[in-house]
Design a protein around this ligand. Sequence first.
Ligand SMILES: O=C(O)CCC(=O)C(=O)O
Ligand SMILES: [Fe+2]
Length: 315
Amino acid sequence: MGSEASPRLPFIDFSNVDQNNALDWDITKSRVHQALEEFGCFEASFPNISPELQTALFDSIQQLFDLPLETKLKNQSSKPFHGYYGFLPGQPLYESMGIDDAPILEKAESFAKIFWPEGNPEFSTTIQEYSEKVSKLDQMVRRMVLESLGLEKYLVEHLNSTNYLFRVMKYRKPEADESQHGLNAHTDKNIVTIVQQNQIDGLEVQLKSGDWIKIQPSSSKSFIVMIGDSFYAWTNGRLHSPNHRVVTASREKDRYSLAMFSVTKAGRMIKAPEEVVDEQHPLLFKPYDMGEFFQFYVTEAGLRAESALKTFCGV
Ligand SMILES: O=C(O)CCC(=O)C(=O)O
Ligand SMILES: [Fe+2]
């Protein structure tokens, strides 16, 4: 894209938003819906995370990535996107780890025990507390989307069908002769992703026009709320699932970021409700299992496809 000023993502403040305050709820809901239709993402301020918790969390993440590689490799999983990834071809700066069900304390504790066999209570409680709070933002956004599409009757089922995968990322600073490319362009495959980057920017999002914009949050406390392919499919294309990538903004400092992914539980299908399918909106995708879609995405055919979702289950 050219050097003209980048458009900014919509900024939505959730400070006073709760269901008992109907006016604020409705105004926010319509902004959320508009942003997710047009950009597939927005910047959110969500004051439930204290500065102390945020600092403790980023300190914990740094401590985790400072462990020797052979220790980090103990975080293995048969499920794509769940274990340790690092130093992949073409993405030498990027490392990440997945914490399944992070909002559940016992799960956060068993994750910590992989690396610290005696446990690390400070680490596990920080991870649990942060991810539980962020999960409330995920649930609020999904409630707003379903209400604005007139699909409230599916809300309980929709919320109960998911759990959370919390991924933590490090992008080391590039060597003098390396580029700042952090993570290849992709769409997320899950329902909703909530990203937080600490001080060092780097997330870039592709607009519907094809132009890329750099996400420059107005505060390091902000979150980026983003739609994944499975919410796009569930709403039968009503929401946009944006392509995005990471180009780390600093050559001097490592970049750390966090992402909470709502993912459907094993055996729950992604199936667009009949209310969003009509003559103007013919069904886009056959019902599918998200775990199977993840498995397909990491095959050669999945990685090569222009849209893995269309190739996997497009009508
Ligand atoms: O590191 C970031 O800011 C974004 C990471 C991301 O897009 C992902 O993990 O899917
Ligand atoms: Fe992503």
